[in-house]
Write a protein that binds this ligand. Sequence first.
Ligand SMILES: [Zn+2]
Length: 235
Amino acid sequence: MREDLEKRIQTLAEWLYDSRHSVVFTGAGISTESGLPDFRGPDGLWTRRDKGLSPRPMNRPWDSVEPNSGHLAIVSLQGMGKLAFLISQNVDNLHLKSGIRPDLLAELHGNITKLRCTRCGETMAKSSGLTTCKCGGRLVSSVVNFGEPLPERDLRLSFEHSRKCDLFTVVGSSLVVTPAADMPREALRSGAKLVIINQGETPFDPQAHLRFHEKIGDVLPRTIKRLKRLMGLFE
Ligand SMILES: [Zn+2]
């Protein structure tokens, strides 16, 4: 099993090395390793969102939650030019906090630290204290509740990059919520390789070219090490 893991990590590193348009797709699983409450538990963010409820206030401030080795591995990909685009279902702001460029990121379900204008769609920091956008529109929480449309820019870019990519890596998502789950399908249709790093089952498991059931923190950092070696970069 252990040996097999090393082999799969090497394969992923090689595929990333060879990739020309690599897309990463993240879900709640990447953030549980940052100690966030269970997103799918009875009172989890996700469960509440699906019931149309807003996130329950956490017993510690959101800005005290730090990105983990999985988030940092994705930042390393960005630094090596191996991240064409990042699609996330998470609202926890940890990708931006870890240093992902906003123009390379789609936050399909919004961001807990941001407001969105109901008229023009512009987002801004909650900490700005503003209630009205420059355009005159009303600013509301950017977090998307059940039944609400997903942000147009984020959705459009996610589909564009899913169609364009040659490698689509799912990290910590069970791929059951649409339209998020449509994106790996688009990628496969375009001939991309599909990699899934998720502890639970996903409906795409039979189609995955490479599958990790291990913890993200046991896969991604080691993949980055090997990729750096392939690229001739040494730590
Ligand atoms: Zn506006």
